[in-house]
Design a protein around this ligand. Structure first.
Ligand code: F6R
Length: 586
């Protein structure tokens, strides 16, 4: 996933573009570039690194001109190099483009263009867009016509912005986000409203299969065959403007700290949808639940809860595995799709497959303007505000909050969830950082961490491992407690740390036994529990609560542990290497 941005207005474009790119850096951050138009020429600068680093060396924000485009990259085709960074100019240098997505037929297009003597400077799929536009523009001498021809040639999914040397901005959307920001005397083109929210809260969401032209005559939106379409301006929710770190050192810490609030808000913007989802699930023959990464871990909690309390069997499926699953989704089923971004390509593909089998889709999603929302019969909003830190934190507990709310509705209040109480307990855990910071220091030079949990705590062990991997780059693995003796015990020695998720509930005694077996092999034990034990080398205390509710509170100290360990290891907790916030490519 990358971010693209364009600006057409009366102010100097480059500083506006750089600011917008900084706010969208969560989308991809291995390299960055800006191109502007001034005096009928295109100026272009780019380089490898974060926006502020490259801006310091290349002075991106000093480029002249009131029209420009910019990009932050998450490498898919081609290594992380200056040459592969966007924008990419066409051979003549008269057009420059920024692109997010994948051009699937780029090698065929490249061959066609090479036969016509076009040369390529990068290893990217994106550069073909610049030269295709150039080829058609040379033939047609008309931006709109050349755009239509180019869109006919492209296969894949993409959003791109092209800047022509006469200053026209041309953009197109096909299965990747593109939003227009409408200012007083300016237009923005962006992957995310965060790219322009500081300038305007008037936005137009470009539909899939539409393109945009902005020039001195104003704004035109057309579908891919060139027919003009009318679009309404919508006010972007002010909450998007919240995407500031404020006094926090990192977005990740800010987002972890927001959880006393976000757990209460989960689903509150879509109360009726919770009712409707309940009804669908109760009457469905088969219910499947899918997601990727953290969202899949939430799906595992859902399976446990629904089965135990609502007596409903859910089958969890990792989204990326569904295309390879030998058992198809049964007709007349429900698929619950969980996705913070609503843009994960794997989740969208799973949804697509399920819909072909006639399944209805219930989605649990944070971004209510996302592609997943368009595909769903019922949409429950996580309602946790923008999550910028690449590792999911508050969105996970919001997903859990919704799963608890739906389960509770189905079983007519049998769990007795009290979100006010949970909120207060999360706040209590958050206020006692010092022990967690001390434990984080011990993890600095550790190469392997295992996390043990039984029953409903196993999905939390998986989620804990994911957080530790992403934020600290330490190898981490979640293990169902009982599986220890079936293999992982062989790995235990004095170099290993094991986190035991061990609240004082029905899993406690078995898990304490596992902890003793591990300790006997010399490994260090970190106990996450409401009950002290001599087996723990380090005890991170959590408050006591009903057994069913522990998952929501026990993940909080682990998020903090991963965060503080990242600080110890001097990794960047907001932007882990090689990752991107939402994976819109397969
Ligand atoms: C982990 C993480 C990823 C995402 C996964 C799904 O911290 O952030 O594993 O959970 O890429 O993303 P969404 O929920 O946007 O579909």
């Amino acid at each position: 996933m990358c971010s693209i941005i364009g600006y057409y207005g009366i102010d100097t474009a480059a500083p506006i573009l750089v600011k917008g790119l900084k706010r969208m850096e969560y989308r991809g951050y291995d390299s960055v570039g800006v191109a502007t138009k001034s005096e009928d020429r295109i100026n272009l600068k780019k380089g490898v690194g974060k926006v502020s680093e490259v801006n310091n060396t290349e002075q991106l924000d000093k480029l002249p001109g009131t029209i420009g485009i910019g990009h932050t990259r998450w490498a898919t085709h081609g290594k992380v190099t200056d040459k592969n960074a966007h924008p990419h100019p066409s051979n003549s240098g008269r057009i420059a483009i920024v692109h997010n997505g994948i051009i699937e037929n780029f090698s065929e297009l490249k061959k066609i263009l090479e036969k016509k003597n076009y040369t390529f400077k990068s290893e990217t799929d994106s550069e073909v867009i610049a030269n295709l536009l150039q080829m058609h523009y040379d033939e047609k001498s008309d931006v709109k016509e050349s755009l239509i021809e180019t869109l006919r040639d492209l296969k894949g999914h993409y959003a791109f912005v092209a800047m022509f040397e006469d200053g026209t901005l041309a953009a197109a959307r096909f299965h990747e986000p593109l939003i227009i920001g409408v200012g007083k005397e300016s237009y923005f083109l962006s992957s995310d409203v965060l790219g322009f929210i500081e300038q305007t809260d008037d936005a137009i969401y470009v539909d899939n299969g539409d393109f945009v032209l902005i020039d001195s005559a104003g704004l035109q939106i057309c579908n891919f065959d060139g027919t003009p379409v009318k679009k309404q301006i919508t006010k972007v929710s002010k909450e998007f403007a919240d995407a500031y770190k404020g006094d926090y050192a990192h977005f990740t810490l800010k987002e972890i700290s927001e959880q006393p609030d976000t757990i209460i808000k989960a689903g509150e913007n879509t109360i009726e949808a919770i009712e409707q989802a309940t009804d669908y699930i109760k009457h469905a023959k088969n219910v499947y639940i899918t997601g990727s990464g953290t969202s899949y871990n939430a799906a595992l909690v859902a399976k446990y809860l629904m089965s135990k309390y609502a007596k409903i069997k859910l089958e969890p499926i990792i989204s990326s595995e569904l295309p390879f699953s030998p058992d198809s989704i049964e007709p007349n089923s429900i698929l619950i799709a969980i996705s913070q971004s609503g843009e994960s390509a794997d989740v969208l593909e799973a949804v697509n497959i399920a819909k072909k089998s006639g399944a209805k889709i219930i989605s649990i999603v944070n971004l209510l303007t996302s592609s997943l929302v368009q595909e769903s019969s019922v949409v429950i909003g996580m309602n946790c505000g923008p999550e910028i830190g690449v590792a999911a934190t508050k969105s996970f507990t919001s997903q859990l909050g919704i799963i608890y709310k739906v389960t509770e509705k189905i079983c007519a209040g049998c769990i007795g969830v009290d979100f006010e109480k949970i909120s207060a307990l999360i706040a209590k855990i958050l206020s006692s950082h010092s022990k967690i910071m001390e434990v984080a220091k011990q993890l600095k030079d550790v190469s392997d961490i295992y996390i043990l949990g039984r029953g409903i705590h196993y999905p939390i062990a998986s989620e804990a491992a994911l957080k530790l991997k992403e934020l600290t780059y330490i190898h981490a693995e979640g293990i169902p407690g009982g599986e220890l003796k079936h293999g992982p015990l062989a790995l235990m020695d004095s170099n290993v740390f094991v986190v035991i998720i061990n609240p004082n509930d029905s899993t406690y005694n078995d898990t304490i036994t596992s902890a003793r077996e591990i300790k006997a092999r010399g490994a260090k034990i970190i106990g996450i529990s409401d009950k002290k034990s001599d087996v723990y080398d380090y005890w991170i205390e959590i408050p006591t609560i009903e057994e069913s509710m522990f998952p929501i509170i026990e993940i909080i100290p682990i998020q903090l542990l991963a965060y503080y360990s990242a600080l110890e290891k001097e990794t960047d907790p907001d932007y882990p290497r090689n990752l991107a916030k939402s994976v819109t490519v397969k």
